[in-house]
Ligand binder design. Structure first.
Ligand SMILES: *[C@@H]1O[C@H](CO)[C@@H](O)[C@H](O)[C@H]1NC(C)=O
Ligand SMILES: *[C@@H]1O[C@H](CO)[C@@H](O)[C@H](O)[C@H]1NC(C)=O
Ligand SMILES: *[C@@H]1O[C@H](CO)[C@@H](O)[C@H](O)[C@H]1NC(C)=O
Ligand SMILES: *[C@@H]1O[C@H](CO)[C@@H](O)[C@H](O)[C@H]1NC(C)=O
Ligand SMILES: *[C@@H]1O[C@H](CO)[C@@H](O)[C@H](O)[C@H]1NC(C)=O
Ligand SMILES: *[C@@H]1O[C@H](CO)[C@@H](O)[C@H](O)[C@H]1NC(C)=O
Ligand SMILES: *[C@@H]1O[C@H](CO)[C@@H](O)[C@H](O)[C@H]1NC(C)=O
Length: 584
């Protein structure tokens, strides 16, 4: 059962801030908070999220040329303060994680290999120690990769492993985290698609993530939708709220992306269903921005990616995408809202995407290149970060937009830790944010209309090509303030183990943060969960009202008590008087 914990100090402040912001701008759903968050430091390429210094606040990993800048979350403005690590190589990606199992955040970097030409990637792991990163304490992997590797938990020991095709073998290899030994990962002759979008996620609902390989060039495993010329990155989300992950794929039906679409499929469904085809707004036709693979250009090109998050907490994941004006040159970030299907073509999945064309502040950012969700104030509401061109020749500008969505919607924020040192951590610091790939979370609840509602999400299912996934999941619950009836958490298990490693918690209070510590890994009964409550405005008002009523009742009781005591005293005095009288 979940033990209730006292509120961590850093949650009190954002509440005051949120109240203030809510008073300042009613009606505005998005608000530019870049200056408060970064001060003058709002530039670079956002590459990953993770709690680097175990203070329970998510930090940002940003690239600036040859520098890795870690923005540590802080209590005072600017809320993110940079710490610079300089390297002499061109960094192409960053994946934080605990690669040796000591519960300290390490950082994996891929860089352009210096003596292998531009197509090969070298991989470095910088070992975290005592909440810092020592640049001299690093390991360079002695194989290079054809494409960015996927970080996953191959052997179910909750230490992240590194998967990819290396230059010395045509078959995918896995580097086991911990002892750093290489193994062949799977038997296949097919070539991997570059840029790949492999994911490590539970698709068949057995609470064990299985690696999904999409887009082998041979179309044996999974065919792309017919007539598709440009394929974007696969992404996995519980699109229709049935408790299972669906596979979403953004595509273009011509090579220049004049005609874009998003398709969906799921396990047991053998065709692709379009969930968004209408990219026309008034006179302008929008489309995805195709990936330029030529590495000679100094500008970073991003694959076509949907970044998933439940913006309005209705229990159905929404998405952010970058679209360009097909007849002009402008490109912008757009919010794709998950709405009930109103078209014959998506009838079988009941849901579809609708583009929010006019979202002020989001459409004021010109030349956007990446847009993703992030819970800036750790209050359970997903805010938006956008990168755009134009800060300088080399660096992108970072914009942060706070989501002031006020619709009495509820959520639960879940983070599953590795549980590797729950009793015996160095310096007694509970490892909080060592990004853990692979856990799977599912819930069932009853919605406002009394129907059963499911939802699910995988934690850190993808890591390559700026997947920018958050180390936690925010599950929207809609407007029903009901308890979460059941919450299931599963973690990967070693090959050959029969029973699923999964545990169930019941009656979770909404608007709370649940931290699951799966220790020991193979005894789910003993796993623990800590519940932190986020005081939403309603909870606060209720508390104030309750305290008010209590004070009122206490006052009445006090007055009555006092009156009774007075009457008693009077009576006693009279009695004494009488007695006195009688005695005479
Ligand atoms: C947000 O604020 C920052 C700093 O004040 C400014 O540079 C940026 O242009 C603003 N962005 C938008 C979209 O207004
Ligand atoms: C770790 O850092 C703390 C303070 O930052 C310091 O007091 C301590 O000596 C360090 N320990 C080691 C082993 O470096
Ligand atoms: C790579 O490193 C491993 C262990 O660190 C070693 O066993 C192996 O021989 C090395 N491979 C090459 C090609 O150097
Ligand atoms: C490394 O660990 C894996 C899994 O725990 C094991 O299969 C492998 O034999 C180990 N390798 C070495 C060199 O110890
Ligand atoms: C939710 O999941 C339960 C059991 O896992 C299933 O019986 C039910 O049909 C699901 N509900 C929906 C709406 O998919
Ligand atoms: C709805 O259906 C029509 C006709 O099949 C199609 O042209 C249109 O693009 C569809 N819209 C969406 C959002 O799927
Ligand atoms: C798209 O580009 C065309 C041609 O440059 C322009 O006329 C139109 O206004 C642009 N649309 C938007 C929404 O910017």
């Amino acid at each position: 059962p979940a033990a209730r914990q006292p509120l961590p100090a850093h949650w009190r402040q954002p509440l005051g801030l949120a109240l203030l912001l809510a008073l300042a701008g009613p009606g505005e759903t998005l608000q530019n908070v870049t200056a408060q968050l970064f001060g003058p430091e709002a530039y670079g390429t956002l590459a990953a999220f993770g709690d680097f210094n175990s203070d329970k606040q998510t930090d940002l990993f940003v690239l600036r040329g040859n520098e890795l800048v870690i923005f540590l979350a802080d209590q005072k403005e600017p809320y993110f303060k940079p710490r610079v690590k300089s390297l002499s190589v061109v960094i192409t990606s960053v994946v934080p994680g605990d690669y040796d199992g000591d519960s300290q955040m390490d950082v994996l970097l891929t860089t352009q290999a210096q003596n292998h030409g531009r197509d090969e990637l070298s991989v470095f792991i910088f070992w975290g120690h005592n909440q810092t990163l020592d640049l001299n304490h690093k390991t360079m992997l002695n194989k290079t990769f054809h494409d960015e590797p996927l970080v996953m938990d191959f052997n179910g020991d909750l230490i992240p492993d590194i998967f990819g095709v290396t230059s010395d073998s045509s078959k995918p290899q896995i580097l086991i985290g911990g002892n750093l030994s290489w193994h062949a990962a799977l038997e296949t002759q097919s070539k991997m698609y570059i840029p790949h979008s492999h994911a490590f996620i539970d698709l068949n609902h057995d609470f064990t993530s299985a690696l999904q390989f999409f887009f082998y060039l041979s179309e044996k495993i999974q065919k792309t939708p017919s007539g598709v010329k440009v394929v974007g990155q696969s992404v996995f989300a519980d699109f229709d709220g049935d408790g299972q992950s669906e596979h979403l794929l953004p595509v273009c039906e011509d090579t220049t992306c004049q005609k874009s679409a998003i398709y969906l499929t799921k396990l047991g469904m053998d065709q692709w269903i379009p969930v968004l085809q209408d990219f026309r707004n008034k006179e302008t036709l929008w489309g995805f921005v195709p990936y330029r693979s030529d590495k000679s250009s100094t500008e970073t090109s991003f694959p076509i990616t949907l970044h998933i998050g439940d913006y309005n907490m209705d229990g159905y994941p929404d998405a952010l995408a970058i679209l360009k004006n097909t007849s002009g040159s402008n490109q912008q970030a757009f919010l794709l809202e998950n709405v009930p299907c109103n078209n014959i073509s998506c009838k079988s999945v009941h849901r579809m995407f609708k583009v929010f064309w006019e979202l002020s502040d989001l459409n004021q950012i010109k030349d956007a290149v990446v847009a993703t969700f992030f819970d800036i104030y750790e209050d359970g509401i997903l805010d938006i970060i956008v990168l755009s061109k134009g800060y300088s020749n080399r660096d992108f500008a970072i914009h942060t937009l706070k989501n002031n969505f006020e619709a009495d919607a509820y959520f639960v924020k879940v983070i599953v830790l590795s549980g590797l040192c729950s009793n015996d951590c160095p310096r007694k610091i509970t490892p909080f944010g060592v990004n853990q790939p692979g856990p799977y979370i599912m819930y069932t609840t009853v919605d406002a209309n009394g129907y059963l509602k499911n939802g699910s999400a995988g934690q850190l299912s993808q890591s390559a090509h700026y997947a920018l996934q958050l180390p936690y999941n925010v599950l929207g619950l809609g407007r029903s303030a009901n308890f979460l009836d059941h919450l299931y958490v599963g973690i990967p298990r070693p090959l050959g183990e029969k029973s699923a490693r999964k545990q169930e918690w019941t009656a979770i209070i909404p608007n709370s943060q649940l931290i699951v510590i799966p220790y020991p890994h193979n005894v789910p009964r003993s796993w623990s969960a800590k519940l932190y409550l986020t005081p939403s405005n309603i909870v606060l008002l209720t508390a104030i009202a309750l305290i008010g009523v209590c004070v009122f009742i206490l006052a009445i009781i006090g007055i009555l008590h006092w009156q009774e005591k007075k009457a008693d005293d009077r009576e006693k005095r009279q009695e004494a008087h009488r007695f006195h009288f009688d005695a005479m």
